[in-house]
Design a protein around this ligand. Structure first.
Ligand code: ZN
Length: 126
């Protein structure tokens, strides 16, 4: 699917956030999501010396959404400090699917997004 004006605004919010919060080698990515209620939540990644303690930016934005009592992600994006759009890793896809189901749209580059269920056709549904 093509990205919409609203998707571009989401990309801009993540890009603005990583410009403000970037710590080279520690915080390199920001995520923005919009819920089905129209609220936007943001998050950044953190790279820790102990790798299992590190988390992706998408994790942060999803947890922020959950903290505010929402569970349905309409669209989510992650933007690196160089402006690149980063598709979510397997762990984040699993988190998004688990929390919000397969109807969330994932922005994978500046022009395209996919419904999560189409990216994860063989989701294990455990
Ligand atoms: Zn991830």
């Amino acid at each position: 699917m093509k990205v919409t004006k609203q998707d571009k605004e989401l990309m801009e919010k993540a890009a603005e956030l990583i410009k403000k919060r970037r710590l080279k080698g520690r915080i390199d990515t920001a995520s923005a999501l919009i819920t089905n209620k129209g609220n936007i939540y943001l998050g950044v990644d953190i790279v820790c010396k102990s790798e299992p303690c590190s988390i992706c930016a998408e994790y942060s934005s999803v947890v922020s959404m959950l903290t505010h009592g929402e569970q349905k992600i309409k669209t989510i994006v992650a933007v690196a400090d160089d402006g690149a759009i980063l598709p979510p890793c397997g762990k984040c896809r699993e988190l998004i699917f688990d929390v919000s189901g397969g109807d969330s749209d994932i922005i994978v580059n500046k022009n395209e997004k996919f419904r999560l269920r189409d990216l994860e056709k063989y989701y294990w549904r455990g």
